[in-house]
Design a protein around this ligand. Sequence first.
Ligand code: GAP
Length: 444
Amino acid sequence: MTKEREISLLERVVSLCKRRGFVYQGSEIYGGLAGTWDYGPMGVRLKNTITKLWWKTFVDDRSDMYGIDAAILMNANVWKAVGHVEGFTDPLIECTKCKHRFRADHIRERAEKKMCPTCGGALGDPRQFNMMFETNVGAVRDSSSIAYLRPETAQGIFVNFKNIVDSFHPKLPFGIAQIGKAFRNEITPRDFLFRTREFEQMEIEYFVKENEWEQYFELWRKHVRDWTKSIGLAAKNVHELEVETGDRAHYSKRTIDFEYSFPFGRKELYGLAYRTDFDVRSHAAASSVDLNYQDLDTGERFMPHVIEPSFGLDRTILAVLLESYAEDELGSETRVYLKLPAHLAPVSVAVFPLLKNKPDLVKKARAVFDSLRKQDFAAAFDDNGNIGKRYRRQDEIGTPLCVTVDFTTLEDDTVTVRDRDSGKQERVKLDELTLYIEERIVPA
Ligand code: GAP
């Protein structure tokens, strides 16, 4: 693909997201709020299918994982302890003429030449800008009431490490997982859902013995790779980058960035880090609480080390949408459709009566729809416009199967089922419909 084509791919996805209720600009009627996006009905469904799959894969289907949901507002000492108040910064550079602000590391060459990429004016000196959003807790606004919106969900896990150990006495290795919002006052939010100021993370802190970290790092590397496959990302678009010492976060001894070939370049999708015992040790020192892990077999007490796979949910959604966006010629018309993996589609099956003004057809179609809904299929009912228009609508939200109730249905209890990708239709008996759908939407 040429660069021109690739840029327009992002624009097409953004436009489809708005048109079909996946993602809207945050606070849109007030001109928006930079770095924020709102998920619409289809976006929420897609988000939910992804988080559900993630939770099942990494928490419910394993016996070594504990799920939590910690508060977003945390004691300011948490962030002091792990160095975020001092060091959770990005290099900021400002143009003295047009006052535009940039991340110095995003415009390296221009920053060296001190020339503004926007107006050509002189750039000032770079300074470190702390990305944490500060707020005050309680009625008094002074330095003692400062709190921060968490910039990563990870710390909610570390401060609950002792709680999980005390409640469940898990044996090493074990992990704690959480899905939740994180906030960063990014200097330059951009590229749609890629870099935002409010986003969601799906994170795991996996506690291991120090001498076993390499083995579990490799295991998690494979788990992350497998996850990208399970959400339909092509292997050719996912890359593993060994992050060099100078570029790693202060807490990490080894990091692999899982990058995705976005239309705007190869960029970080997920991170896998060996955080050593940095966080547990820092919290133990700052809180004066003993956070050593006791091996119940040997009686030995020690600080556990940590492998952290960190998945951005919004970047996942963006990658899945970009990967799925497709255009083709069907029935001599150009159509847009989302070739989503069937198990992620916001709607698994849509049900239509062939004609809206035939009460018998509508009644029967409603009965089919109600029955599918009761069986927990993500079903939709649509009787708006002609069948062609209904197909287009469902294609654009990635619905894998469309069921039409027609006059033959009233005679022999069969329906037509149309496949999203091929456009082919098959006649299926109503009493075989559940199995037919299940075989096509449940991953092998
Ligand atoms: N706990 C480790 C941590 O937060 P990170 O590399 O800063 O590490 C992890 O973030 C993941 O969170 C990223 O790989 C990305 O998927 C997502 N992420 C980070 N900043 C983001 C932003 N501004 N907008 C959207 N997603 C973001």
